[in-house]
Design a protein around this ligand. Structure first.
Ligand code: 2AM
Length: 184
């Protein structure tokens, strides 16, 4: 754990892409037809959120790290195959519509463990996605997306600093998912 002071920090569990996947995501983002007010997510900020926890006081971070470290899910692969426009948050995302069972298990268990520690999140269901662009007030005409696979071998607890023009994300802790051969 680095760079955390006594004040509250904004935390979330997420998967960060490897370099090759980051390139595929950037390719998908580059093909988007966007109006000038839209903001492409900087490529260093790409992530797939698993659970947005929100503002957390420093002494509580340890309990989140324990929850992350307690997960026993195998690695999984996801295929991102389409763009989606989500009008409420005004974002365009790259979406994966087929959810691998280990990912559903990780999502369910994380939310159960968080709820047990009084972290009740408002997420209703898992919708695997990577946000590509924000501040998109109207649905763009979206073409077919060149699909790509993302092999997920680990996940992180991330800190989000929203004080600048773009959020700055830092990894607080990372946990490897289990190899398929060493199932819990
Ligand atoms: P996203 O994953 O759909 O892009 C860090 O703030 C990440 O947590 C964001 O990328 C964001 O969406 C996700 N998130 C989910 N719920 C959020 C909320 N209520 N407030 C801020 N971010 C949220």
């Amino acid at each position: 754990m680095t760079g955390l002071d006594d004040s509250k920090v904004r935390l979330f569990f997420a998967v960060v892409p490897d370099a090759a996947t980051r390139e595929r995501i950037a390719d998908a983002a580059a093909s988007l037809p966007l109006e000038s007010e839209a903001r492409l997510v900087p490529r260093n900020n790409y992530h797939m959120t698993l659970a947005f926890v929100g503002e957390v006081a420093a002494p509580q971070i340890q309990s989140l790290q324990q929850i992350g470290g307690a997960q026993r899910t195998t690695a999984f692969a996801l295929r991102f195959e389409s763009y989606e426009y989500w009008p409420k948050p005004e974002v365009v995302v790259a979406a994966s519509r087929t959810i691998p069972p280990p990912m559903e298990q990780l999502w369910q268990q994380l939310h159960r463990d968080l709820a047990e520690q009084q972290w009740v999140l408002d997420a209703k269901r898992l919708r695997p996605h990577v946000t590509l662009a924000r501040k998109v007030p109207q649905a763009p005409v979206l073409q077919a997306m060149s699909s790509f696979e993302w092999l997920v071998r680990d996940f992180c607890l991330m800190r989000s600093d929203t004080s600048g023009p773009q959020p700055a994300y830092t990894v607080v802790d990372t946990w490897s998912l289990l190899d398929n051969r060493e199932k819990a």
